[in-house]
Design a protein around this ligand. Structure first.
Ligand code: SAH
Ligand code: SF4
Ligand code: F3S
Length: 438
């Protein structure tokens, strides 16, 4: 009988990719997708450890699932409950202690072994814990990707050796690993053959990719642009330290590479950047932005910022605000610093009070909203290439994405889904742009 799998994903795009790959791994065992946890035969929580709140959510969700699992057992069935991802990696033992009803705890590097774990969980009464960093890369054992829609993620690099002092990722994902170019290109070819037109290369430090001797990510992107059917390429998340000339040149010469780059800076203050161990200062970041904009004048940038890092003064924070204005980021994700156990920043002096963090976050977000809105309005009248990817909310309408990831809606026939079309932007709505054929 067909079994139903429900995967709940927290955290970054890497986790989104991993969740769909876990579903691919379990499909041969007869698991198809479930709409909700209620009645599913297996539930996986794919978790994130990046900030305290993200990690806490897992335990409250587990409390809810415990009841569902008990109800299913009373009705004579069984629900397998698995916790995957970065909380599992960081706190595997703790999960089993606090939530002994969990059947499987697995880290981000072992999910190719899920079929064995499921078999073991079905046999044994006890829980299965697998949070190793195995010598074999999971990618060599994953089945063919299953593509849905016109846009897909493709993981090319994983792990991080940068050790920013606030961050858990080097501990939860392990050290940097790059997939060979041949594997990446083969996966891209399959995705394109299945109708995918836009590929987003993923990595914790995606531009640190070094899957082939002498190649940089710029070279890999050039090769990818040659794959039949691949019309748009993006990559995320990149680190300023790994932005080399070959990659910058790709922005100048490849129309497939979208002119929108997420290049997190975290802070505008040299003192804080040094305390964060980011490995570059404000001036180096600005030089990089200049080079990128010279290569591609249409380029728009987005960033991540952390406010209230230990020791951040009002003056340091003002430098972040000034940098946002100077670079003209069109989008930004900003977070209050969250102290993570075991990271160097957690032990630093002058932790910032919550109320100050909140004030700074509100000021930064207000500035960013202003800039995003200004950018959206500046798009009115512009002609843009939009990838139409699904039906809109109203009949006769389609929704797509601009090169800058803005949702765009237009009156158009359904057979245009999956096509990149030229549209003229006519209006800004709160969460989307409106367009007409150009
Ligand atoms: N590799 C990427 C970021 C991965 S984590 C990079 O280097 O930019 C995603 C974002 O979460 C980070 O950019 C950072 O802004 C935020 N973040 C990471 N650790 C955090 C912490 N302890 N508190 C608050 N935000 C954090
Ligand atoms: Fe975390 Fe820094 Fe690595 Fe990004 S580069 S994942 S912020 S340690
Ligand atoms: Fe979270 Fe792990 Fe991604 S900690 S942000 S899910 S790498």
């Amino acid at each position: 009988m067909a079994k139903r799998l429900f995967v709940k994903t927290y955290g970054c795009q890497m986790n989104v990719y991993d969740s769909s790959r876990m579903a691919d791994v379990l499909a041969p065992l007869g698991y198809g997708p479930a709409e909700q946890a209620e009645n599913a035969d297996m539930v996986i929580l794919n978790t994130c450890h990046i900030r305290e709140k993200a990690a806490e959510k897992v335990f409250s969700e587990l409390g809810r699932l415990r009841k569902l699992k008990a109800a299913k057992a009373e009705a004579g069935g069984r629900m397998i409950l698995a916790v995957a991802g970065c909380v599992a990696q960081a706190e595997g033992e703790e999960i089993l202690r606090r939530a002994p009803f969990v059947d499987i705890v697995l880290g981000p590097q072992t999910y190719h072994r899920l079929p064995e774990m499921v078999a073991q969980a079905a046999r044994a009464g006890g829980a299965v814990l697998d949070t190793e960093f195995p010598a074999e890369p999971k990618f060599d054992f994953l089945p063919e990707p299953h593509a849905e829609g016109t846009s897909a993620f493709l993981s090319v690099q994983e792990g991080c050796d940068k050790f920013c002092t606030f961050c858990v990722v080097p501990y939860t994902r392990g050290s940097e690993y790059s997939r060979p170019a041949s594997a990446v290109l083969a996966e891209a070819t399959k995705l394109a053959a299945a109708g995918v037109r836009e590929i987003t290369l993923l990595g914790q430090n995606v531009n640190g990719w070094h899957g082939e001797e002498g190649w940089s990510l710029g070279r890999l992107i050039r090769e990818l642009a040659e794959v039949e059917g691949v019309e748009r390429i993006r990559y995320t998340t990149s680190h300023p330290r790994d932005m080399d000339d070959e990659l910058i040149a790709a922005h100048a010469g490849l129309p497939q590479l979208m002119p929108f780059l997420h290049l997190p800076v975290q802070s505008g203050s040299d003192r804080i950047l040094a305390a964060m161990n980011r490995g570059h200062d404000r001036a180096a970041y600005l030089r990089l932005v200049d080079k990128l904009k010279n290569a591609c004048p249409d380029l728009a940038l987005s960033s991540d910022f952390i406010v209230g890092f230990p020791g951040e003064s009002d003056a340091d924070f003002e430098e972040s605000m000034a940098l946002v204005r100077e670079v003209g980021f069109v989008q930004t994700y900003s977070f209050k610093y969250s102290s993570r156990p075991g990271t160097p920043a957690a032990a630093m002096e002058r932790q910032i009070p919550e109320s100050v963090k909140e004030e700074r976050l509100a000021a930064l977000q207000a500035l960013l909203l202003e800039q995003t809105t200004r950018f959206n309005h500046a798009c009115v009248g512009r002609e843009m290439r939009v990838l139409l990817d699904r039906p809109g909310r109203y009949a006769g309408q389609l929704l797509g994405r601009s090169p800058y990831m803005q949702p765009v809606h237009v009156k158009a026939a359904a057979h245009l889904i999956g096509k990149v079309v030229s549209l003229r932007i006519t209006k800004v709505h709160p969460n989307s742009l409106e367009a007409i054929p150009a």
